[in-house]
Design a protein around this ligand. Structure first.
Ligand SMILES: Nc1ncnc2c1ncn2[C@@H]1O[C@H](COP(=O)(O)OP(=O)(O)OP(=O)(O)O)[C@@H](O)[C@H]1O
Ligand code: SF4
Ligand SMILES: [Mg+2]
Length: 405
């Protein structure tokens, strides 16, 4: 451990690459139901509680945690679609709060969002081409012909033909619809894309194709991603660094391999322990739900000490855990955790080699030198028009074939 431990706010300035997007001591609260119409007497539900993190250029930064822990709220605050209650968001070192409308709009061009649900987020009355063209129109980019060409080009990058571009969203499969959502976000050629559960609404086999597509686009365009997922197998496969959120706080943050090899926070440990490995040749899939006792504490009555204490196998009932909130500290090189007793948990019961669990769970081709993994047998998400939705996946990528198709 470091003699001089760096604390929460320093996370945003940690070394290891140029930071493109930073959150510094971010807070977000909502008036809880039950107050008067002005919300004055209402209790505040604190959804983000002192979140600091920094996304490096070109990396995929994962945000994981249980439902309701604040992942989407954080994403929306990073984009300033939601006004934070406190703290700062910096994009390319500029505090977004200092920008006027025009300047913020210019930043939004460089910072795009892909929604979880490709069904709900696309206007059913528009063609795929018009949906993708729209952001160009909003930002006043190009004339009509140029916008059309740009839309067709980016649709082709995500694997859709000019003929398909004329169709409305309901004429596409789920995976193809998510491709349209990605094309819409990428047509502005952003530097950062915030991907809020971009594959969770998709069939397993199509998830693999969309992940491959995202990775290809990232490599081709040097993009940075904030990748939100509740699926740890996907985080382990796809992310470079991962922050674990619990009750609106970052409780652990580390490089992917470090976190999955040796989680220091009991909550991360519980999450990792809950990633089931699919049965050999079976249809079973992993569901990343931690098997934890007790309920998540209320957002309006947060514990004075550690928010995880009521459920923690290590600290439950321990005085210091009940009394003092542990700060997020750098405990090993670039490995941060907020815990009074970090590392007092053993290795996850299924911990094989890092990555093996993810390869098995999402059907990626084994890495060179690794023994072949059992593959999940899953149903394909066939496009309604019977066209293939598959990408060719080189070794090491998530593979459609790898899923037993
Ligand atoms: N506009 C709002 N008003 C009041 N409460 C809100 C609002 N938006 C979010 N919340 C609350 O904030 C908490 C975190 O919500 P959020 O959507 O950020 O969670 P999440 O981690 O993205 O969950 P999921 O994995 O289910 O998408 C939830 O308890 C939610 O009810
Ligand atoms: S501080 Fe205590 S209660 Fe919180 S995670 Fe660590 S051991 Fe558990
Ligand atoms: Mg969410």
């Amino acid at each position: 451990m470091n003699g001089e431990q760096r604390m929460n706010g320093d996370v945003a300035t940690e070394g290891g690459g140029e930071l493109i997007l930073q959150a510094e001591h971010l807070y977000k609260s909502f008036a809880a139901p039950g107050g008067n119409r002005l919300g004055r007497s209402a209790q505040q539900a604190i959804v983000l509680d002192d979140v600091s993190l920094g996304v490096r250029r070109g990396e995929t930064f994962g945000l994981v945690g249980e439902s309701g822990c604040g992942k989407s709220t954080l994403a929306r605050c990073l984009l300033r679609l939601l006004e934070p209650s406190g703290g700062r968001v910096l994009f390319d070192e500029v505090d977004l709060a200092t920008l006027d409308r025009d300047a913020l709009r210019a930043v939004r061009r460089r910072l795009q969002f892909v929604f979880q649900d490709p069904f709900a987020s696309l206007d059913p009355r528009m063609s795929a081409r018009a949906i993708v063209e729209e952001p160009l129109l909003v930002h006043g980019i190009g004339d009509r012909d140029e916008r059309r060409r740009a839309a067709i080009e980016v649709l082709s990058e995500v694997g859709l033909t000019p003929e398909q571009a004329q169709r409305p969203p309901h004429a596409f499969s789920g995976g193809q619809r998510q491709r349209i959502g990605i094309a819409r976000a990428f047509v502005l050629r952003p530097e950062v894309a915030i991907l809020d559960e971009p594959i969770s609404a998709l069939d397993v086999s199509v998830q693999a194709q969309v992940l491959n597509l995202l990775r290809r686009l990232q490599l081709e365009h040097g993009l940075s991603y904030v990748f939100i997922t509740h699926d740890l197998a996907v985080a382990e496969y796809f992310c470079d660094r991962v922050a674990v959120l619990y009750l609106g706080q970052v409780v652990e943050l580390a490089e992917r391999e470090t976190l999955f090899r040796r989680p220091l926070h009991p909550y991360s440990f519980s999450l990792l322990s809950a990633v089931p490995v699919p049965a050999l040749g079976g249809r079973e899939r992993r569901v990343a739900r931690p098997q934890l006792i007790g309920e998540v504490a209320s957002l309006t009555e947060r514990p004075a000490g550690c928010p995880f204490e009521p459920r923690c196998p290590v600290g439950r009932g321990r005085e210091v855990c009940k009394r003092e909130r542990p700060p997020l500290r750098e405990l090993d090189a670039r490995h941060w955790a907020a815990c009074h007793f970090p590392g007092e948990v053993g290795l996850p019961p299924r911990a094989a080699t890092p990555g093996a669990r993810a390869e098995r769970a999402i059907g990626v081709a084994p890495r060179p030198g690794a023994s072949p993994a059992p593959l999940a047998d899953t149903m394909a998400d066939e496009p309604p028009n019977g066209e293939s939705d598959a990408d060719a996946a080189p070794a090491g990528e998530v593979s459609h074939q790898g899923l037993g198709q």
